[in-house]
Design a protein around this ligand. Structure first.
Ligand code: NAP
Length: 265
C-alpha cells in the first residue's frame, strides 16, 4: 500500500534534502582542480569547509576565495596526506577549529604516466601512498567521531581507471582500484554506525592534472569520448553534494561514475 502524503517527508524537508547547513566538510586536495570545485559546491550548500593540501600557500588562498564567495567558514591546513604525522596534525587542527567532521572527501592525488616497465619502485610507492594510504589515514582519524555521533559521509575520489584498463597508468589504476575496495569494505564496517562510505569515479576531467597531457593525447581523449569533450570540474559538484547530504541516506558502499559514458563503451 502507498504511504499517505502525511507519511512522506514534508515539502520543506524534501526541498532541503541536499542542504549541508550545519555540517563540517574536510576536503583533501581541495586547493586545486576538481576537489577545489567540490569544496566550493559543499560550501555553497551550507557546509563549513576545511581544505587540506600539500601546498599550504595555495590552500590558504583557495580557502580565502571560497569563504569570500560563499560566506561560509573555510580554513586551510597544510599536510602531505601520505604522512601519518602530517595527517594527525591536520585532523587535530580541523577538530580544534571546527569541533568535528561530518563529511570527509579524500581527493588529494597525482598521477604518473608511462609504461609499467619504466616505473621505479619509488614512483609506484608514491601512487599507492597518496591514493590508498592517504585515504586510510584520514578515514582512521575521522571515523571514530562519526561513529560516536552515528552519522557521517566519507567520499573517496577514485577513477574509472579503477575498473577500466587504461594504458600507461598501471600503478595509478591499481591504487585507485585499491581505494575503491577500501571504500566498499569500510562501508560494511561503518554501516551499523550510520556512517556512509562511497566513491566518485571521474572519467577525464579538465584540471591542472590532465592539462599536463600533451596536445595529441588530449585530442585522442576527446575523440574517444562519447561527449567529445573532457568533463568540467563543476560537473563533480552535484554527485559530491548528493553523497555528502541526507539525499543519499541509504547510499553506501558504492561508486558514482562521472565520465560522460566513456566507460559505457
Ligand atoms: P589536481 O588539480 O592536481 O589536484 C590535486 C591536488 O592534490 C593538488 O592540490 C595537489 O597538490 C594535491 N596533492 C597531491 N598529492 C598530495 C599529497 N601527497 N598530499 C596532499 N595534497 C596532495 O588534480 P585533479 O585532477 O583535480 O585530481 C583530484 C583527484 O581526482 C585525484 O585524486 C585524481 O586522481 C582524481 N581524478 C582526476 C581525474 C581527472 O581527469 N582530472 C580523473 C579521475 C580521478 P600539488 O599541486 O602540490 O601536487
Amino acid at each position: 500500500m502507498n504511504m499517505t502524503l502525511e507519511q512522506l517527508p514534508g515539502v520543506e524537508s524534501v526541498r532541503n534534502l541536499f542542504s549541508l547547513a550545519g555540517k563540517v566538510a574536510l576536503v583533501t586536495g581541495g586547493g586545486s582542480g576538481l576537489c577545489r570545485a567540490i569544496a566550493w559546491g559543499l560550501a555553497c550548500n551550507g557546509a563549513d569547509v576545511a581544505i587540506v593540501d600539500r601546498d599550504g600557500t595555495a590552500a590558504a588562498a583557495c580557502a580565502a576565495e571560497l569563504s569570500g564567495g560563499t560566506g561560509r567558514r573555510v580554513e586551510s591546513f597544510q599536510a602531505d596526506v601520505s604522512n601519518e604525522a602530517d595527517v594527525a596534525k591536520a585532523v587535530d587542527g580541523v577538530l580544534e577549529a571546527f569541533g568535528r567532521v561530518d563529511v570527509l572527501l579524500n581527493g588529494a592525488g597525482h598521477n604518473i604516466r608511462k609504461p609499467l616497465v619504466e616505473f621505479s619502485q619509488a614512483e609506484f610507492d608514491s601512487l599507492m601512498q597518496v591514493h590508498v594510504r592517504g585515504a586510510f589515514l584520514f578515514c582512521r582519524a575521522v571515523a571514530p567521531g562519526m561513529q560516536a555521533r552515528k552519522s557521517g559521509s566519507i567520499i573517496n575520489i577514485a577513477s574509472i581507471a579503477a575498473f577500466v584498463a587504461i594504458r600507461e597508468i598501471v600503478p595509478y589504476s591499481a591504487a585507485k582500484a585499491g581505494l575503491l575496495q577500501l571504500t566498499r569494505a569500510f562501508a560494511l564496517e561503518m554501516a551499523p554506525f550510520g556512517v556512509r562510505v562511497n566513491a566518485i569515479a571521474p572519467g577525464f576531467i579538465d584540471t591542472p592534472l590532465t592539462r599536463q597531457h600533451p596536445g595529441e593525447k588530449r585530442r585522442q581523449i576527446e575523440e574517444t569520448s562519447p561527449t567529445g569533450r573532457f568533463g568540467c570540474t563543476e560537473e563533480l559538484i552535484g554527485p559530491a553534494v548528493f553523497l555528502a547530504s541526507d539525499a543519499a541516506s541509504f547510499v553506501t558502499g558504492t561508486s558514482v561514475v562521472v565520465d560522460g559514458a566513456w566507460s559505457a563503451q
